[in-house]
Ligand binder design. Structure first.
Ligand code: HEC
Ligand code: HEC
Length: 265
């Protein structure tokens, strides 16, 4: 198995060139043609899906790079064996460089590695290697649409405010860092749901809690505090909600919201 892979990657021998020609003919490079390709390892299929979901936004849906580097021609990927190097990058991330650590399982890492190796092999055999990253394409979200989304269907407003916690956020972080933080937030501000004796509920990020007082920031950004003995308090894991929400975003939503956040300077 391993020998095989090394043979594939060796200097472009006759076999590789022939294969290149055949694959080129099949138009395999074109991802639209992917489903018609010869039956492939189901791990590659699974890895492809997982990749698009967890990594595509930064590395491009086909791994040729966007804000994150091209992984198809990455030396690290080329030297990886069954996820040993890729897995390490996924789990530890490179937080200072815009790559967040991600808690994927071993099988998920194996699938992603299988997918990336398949892409790398494919690229090696193909002459039509894209020469540019689609950065431009990814940076053209619509900030107005993002704002509408943020305040409306996106539901971001229930936890964030452009004049509160996210004020001038784009000035605070580099674009890559901001994106990583949006997709994989690091803070752990708990959400408090306070039920008043009247039955009215107030919900928002918890700002303070001790045995006597619970304080939160409400929808309109006001700081509100309550005596614990007069209200009922429920606390929620905020990052779970944030993650769930981001799962529902389409790529277009992500780009628009990101463009909007980038306008908060
Ligand atoms: C929020 C953006 C982001 C996400 C999401 C992300 N990455 Fe990255 N990744 C980056 C950036 C930026 C770098 C470059 C870091 C550096 O300069 O060392 C990187 C680097 C890498 C590298 C090292 C490449 C090399 O040649 O050194 C690998 C491998 C990698 N990412 C794999 C993945 C995988 C697999 C996923 C999904 C499970 C993923 N990344 C998700 C931004 C991201
Ligand atoms: C249920 C609450 C909740 C919702 C809804 C939510 N987030 Fe978050 N978000 C958080 C929490 C908690 C953090 C972690 C940082 C913190 O504690 O303030 C966070 C972090 C972030 C960050 C990074 C801030 C920083 O300073 O690091 C960005 C950007 C962000 N969210 C954007 C969004 C966008 C855009 C939406 C809507 C699509 C959204 N969030 C919806 C709870 C939420």
């Amino acid at each position: 198995m391993r020998k095989n892979r090394i043979a594939w990657r060796g200097p472009l021998g006759k076999g590789a060139i022939l294969c290149g020609a055949i694959f080129l003919f099949l138009g395999l490079w074109n991802s639209a043609a992917w489903p018609q390709a010869a039956p492939q390892d189901p791990a590659i299929e699974r890895g492809h899906k997982q990749f698009q979901q967890s990594c595509g936004f930064c590395h491009g849906p086909d791994a040729t790079g966007a804000r994150g580097p091209d992984l198809v021609r990455s030396p690290l990927v080329a030297h990886d064996v069954k996820g040993d190097k890729i897995g390490e990058v996924i789990r530890l991330g490179r937080p200072d460089k815009g790559m967040p650590p991600m808690p994927l399982t071993d099988p998920q890492v194996l699938d992603i590695a299988a997918y990336l190796h398949a892409r790398a092999d494919e690229a090696l055999r193909s002459a039509r290697v894209p020469s540019e990253y689609p950065v431009e394409k990814l940076l053209t979200g619509d900030p107005e649409a993002g704002k509408t989304y943020f305040n409306g269907t996106g539901g971001c407003k229930s936890c964030h405010s452009p004049t509160g916690d996210l004020a001038a956020i784009a000035a605070k972080y580099s674009p890559i860092d901001l994106e990583a933080r949006m997709l994989y937030p690091r803070g752990k501000r708990t959400i408090a749901i306070v039920t008043l004796p009247s039955g009215e509920q107030i919900k928002g990020p918890m700002v303070h809690a001790d045995d006597f007082v619970i304080a939160l920031r409400d929808d309109s950004g006001w700081y509100r505090s309550f005596s614990r003995d007069r209200v009922k308090v429920e606390l929620q894991d905020p990052l779970a909600a944030h993650r769930e929400l981001l799962d529902k975003l389409t790529q277009a939503d992500v780009h628009n919201v990101f463009a909007y956040l980038e306008s908060l300077k």
